[in-house]
Design a protein around this ligand. Structure first.
Ligand SMILES: [Zn+2]
Length: 72
């Protein structure tokens, strides 16, 4: 589980500005991870509490937010 971001990131636009990554995991597809394309999301929409659906099976994905310095 990633640490809670200290920067204000509530909307898709915030995530893009701070270079965060949004990754979805689909359990029915074997916890396959998909990086979500933030450019295609409405920038002023809050991502917290939003549902993301797997494009293959239609199940709700689990979401992980990664700060830019997090991945190594
Ligand atoms: Zn799936």
């Amino acid at each position: 589980m990633p640490d809670k971001p200290t920067i204000e990131t509530r909307t898709f636009g915030d995530l893009i500005r701070e270079r965060f990554k949004l990754t979805g995991y689909c359990r029915p597809c074997g916890m396959v991870s998909r990086e979500l394309d933030l450019e295609k999301m409405p920038p002023d929409e809050v991502y917290i509490g939003r549902r993301f659906v797997c494009r293959d099976c239609g199940a709700t994905m689990e979401i992980s937010v990664s700060p830019p310095a997090w991945g190594r």
